[in-house]
Design a protein around this ligand. Structure first.
Ligand SMILES: [Mg+2]
Length: 272
């Protein structure tokens, strides 16, 4: 049977869609560096750090914590397991479903996670969120986070080259300082006079706090690397220290986030 005009139109449209989808996928993939490019990028930051130290310029590198050095979805999983264990009678099957949740490939955010787990009513979502929120934003569950591959070794390597490490986090000092310090030490991250925890004591929005903190560090140090998973925060840090190498950590990000400034490389971990 000869193709009619309409089937030809459908075929053409499908081909066009396929071409567009392929181009989009390619442009998304292009943003993340290849393993060889990643190795080169991380090495260049180490080299620059060593050069700055040799020149007596007090090098420093700044890292966000949540989903930049540590994945936070395992923390959510731990809290949901606890909830499911306590309330198994009212939520039959939930423990099993949470057990099977893969923190690295599951949805990002508590509501999409609950929906993925089959929690559909607003009442149930509200109840679980109420249980989850103070625990997620508290001191007691932070050691459930998972360090991102290569993060610890890279931070240690920067230190060996002479860098001061700044952990610039929007976590609340009132609610999370004790747990944040405990978790860093728990995973072997340095915390001392040359590895400084900077929490959001300004209570300003994260991009403003992080931009200002970065600017202040730049006055006393030569910043060589800036690492963040939230585009708005990273752009603010980058604009406050344009000479530093900004690096976007492509793990998860807020659905409301804007684009990452162009020219900033993307990596998913710190493997070298
Ligand atoms: Mg983060």
């Amino acid at each position: 049977m000869l193709p009619t005009r309409s089937t030809r139109f459908i075929q053409k449209s499908l081909l066009l869609l396929l071409t567009l989808a392929t181009a989009l996928a390619a442009s998304a993939a292009e943003k993340t560096l290849s393993p060889a490019e990643q190795t080169k990028l991380l090495q260049s930051i180490l080299d620059r750090t060593a050069q700055a130290a040799a020149a007596g310029k007090s090098p420093a590198a700044a890292f966000d914590i949540d989903d930049t050095l540590m994945r936070t979805s395992p923390r959510t999983k731990a809290i949901l397991l606890e909830f499911a264990g306590k309330h198994g009678e009212r939520f039959p099957g939930l423990l099993e479903r949470v057990s099977r949740l893969d923190p690295l490939t599951g949805p990002h955010g508590i509501v999409p996670t609950l929906e993925f787990l089959g929690i559909t009513t607003d009442e149930q979502k509200t109840e679980i969120k109420k249980y989850w929120l103070p625990r997620f934003l508290g001191n007691d569950y932070l050691t459930f986070d998972w360090p991102i591959p290569g993060a610890l070794a890279f931070v240690q390597a920067l230190r060996e080259k002479g860098a001061t490490i700044y952990y610039i986090t929007a976590r609340s000092p009132e609610r999370m300082m004790e747990g944040t310090k405990k978790a860093l030490v728990h995973f072997g991250f340095p915390l001392d006079a040359r590895a400084i925890l900077a929490m959001n004591d300004t209570h300003k929005p994260a991009p403003e706090f992080k931009g200002k903190r970065t600017e202040a560090i730049g006055k006393t140090h030569e910043l060589t690397g800036l690492f963040e998973n939230e585009p708005d925060n990273l752009n603010a840090m980058h604009r406050a220290a344009t000479a530093a190498q900004a690096v976007f950590i492509d793990t998860v990000k807020s659905p409301a986030a804007g684009p990452v400034d162009s020219g900033i490389p993307w990596i998913k971990d710190y493997k070298r």
